[in-house]
Design a protein around this ligand. Structure first.
Ligand code: SF4
Length: 444
């Protein structure tokens, strides 16, 4: 039989990007071809996101589009990832175009599932658990970047925040063995990657089944021991995201102080600045606990940049409660803040609550918080002007082929003029200008 060409489209978070890389590697290994051309591919795989209902609708719109655009020669369409896990068999009923539904644990089995469709089965469903993470390598060319690699260390979530679908789509927390992670980092470093990002829904809730790979590394939690183990491999930059406030201990900051290659950036979502709202969200932390962690981060010897997420207009959030979020934002001095207007997510406990903050009021709160954050952030960004920062040159800037772009260790975007030869290297840039979300400068 001739080789089938597969086109993968990825929606959503870094974990999905990483899963798509793994699927691509598995497919190549199993004799499939990969293609960027959706209009001629034999197979189109949609790796989906379900964090918001809108994201989920996008998937069905895309399936309809494929059916319409490829009316002459229909490709085999597969739905993978979070929507597949949540909706399962129902996807076949809502679209006859889809022949494969593979949940979040099925990524490594995609080639054999596709073979089953090819063999004549019309509805192949796999919502099973993930097999081992190890056992194969992802070629550099299949990674989303040649310089920055995502390394999953934990997936799933046990926290069950009332607004969030992730514990249902990704299942309970499962941590990878530390020795496998360290081995993957060694290989990435040997292959020339300059930065790795340890990823997971709650990266600092990391709890592997055994200590293998962590022996000899000190730390109050398996996560801080893992940070030390990975840092001792010597790769220039290690970032980690996302951290869960309740599991964020001072020891993580201590590890960052000990190892320069643990980058000075922490993403610690707070979601609200009011204790009643935090309780209704079932976040498991209070405002006081969060601010204590903020203090630990701010008092560090390293200049750590702190970023966060906030939801405005959660059911029942009063104006006064929202103002508490403004106060917390002022105190925390975030270097970056992702603000979301609450929207009901079917299947979550919060969906049963009355979504009683009007769209206009949500928009007002969004703008008020955004404007406060912008004033804090522009002050922080202006302080970089005149300083020299180390930037990993990751590629050309989106605006111009004569400018390069990259990130600092504290996760600021920096655009600068330099020759393309420096791409893939960590270079010094003299910052000359600051905008709301990025810095500009000259190569030193
Ligand atoms: S910690 Fe809460 S918000 Fe984060 S993935 Fe888990 S349930 Fe969702």
């Amino acid at each position: 039989m001739s080789k089938l060409s597969v086109h993968i489209e990825t929606f959503g978070c870094q974990m999905n990007v990483s899963d798509s890389e793994r699927v691509a590697a598995k497919l190549l290994d199993s004799g499939f071809e990969l293609t960027d051309a959706a209009d001629s591919a034999d197979v189109i795989l949609l790796n989906t996101c379900s964090i918001r209902e809108k994201a989920e609708q996008k998937v069905f719109q895309r399936v309809g589009q494929i059916k319409h655009q490829r009316a002459e020669r229909q490709p085999l369409v597969g739905v993978m990832g979070c929507v597949a896990q949540l909706e399962g068999e129902a996807i076949f009923n809502s679209s006859t175009t889809v022949q494969l539904v593979a949940g979040t644990g099925a990524t490594e089995r995609i080639p054999s599932l596709l073979e089953r469709v090819r063999g004549g089965e019309t509805r192949v469903l796999d919502l099973g658990e993930r097999e081992e993470w190890a056992g194969f390598e992802i070629p550099t060319a299949l990674r989303h970047s040649r310089h920055v690699a995502f390394v999953p260390i934990i997936e799933g979530c046990n926290k069950f925040c009332t607004y969030c679908i992730v514990p249902y789509s990704r299942g309970r927390e499962r941590s990878r063995q530390a020795f496998e992670i360290v081995e993957e980092v060694q290989k990435l470093w040997a292959a020339g990657f300059q930065e790795i990002q340890l990823i997971g829904q709650n990266v600092n809730s990391y709890r592997p089944k055994s200590e293998k790979g962590l022996e000899g590394f000190s730390g109050a939690t398996p996560f801080s021991r893992l940070l030390r183990a990975v840092a001792s491999e010597g790769i220039p930059r290690i970032k980690f995201t996302t951290s869960f406030p309740r599991d964020f201990h001072a020891d993580i900051v201590e590890a960052m102080e000990e190892h320069e290659n643990l980058c000075n950036w922490v993403h610690l979502p707070v979601q609200s600045g009011n204790n009643r709202v935090l309780r209704a969200m079932r976040r498991g932390h209070k405002v006081e606990d969060y601010l204590e962690k903020v203090e630990t981060i701010k008092n560090s010897r390293r200049a750590i940049s702190l970023t966060s997420d906030v939801i405005v207009g959660f059911p029942g959030e009063s104006k006064e409660e929202f103002e508490d979020t403004l106060r917390l934002t002022e105190k925390s001095e975030f270097h970056g803040l992702y603000i979301f207007k609450y929207s009901k997510r079917r299947g979550t406990p919060a969906a049963k609550l009355d979504d009683d903050v009007s769209p206009d009021e949500k928009a007002r709160r969004f703008l008020a918080l955004e404007s406060l954050q912008m004033s804090i952030q522009s002050k922080i960004y202006m302080e970089y002007v005149g300083r020299k920062v180390e930037v990993l040159a990751e590629g050309f800037s989106a605006r111009s082929q004569s400018d390069l772009t990259g990130h600092t260790t504290c996760q600021k975007v920096v655009n600068f003029r330099a020759d393309k030869e420096v791409i893939g290297k960590v270079v010094k840039v003299h910052v000359t200008e600051a905008k709301a979300h990025s810095l500009f400068g000259q190569l030193v």
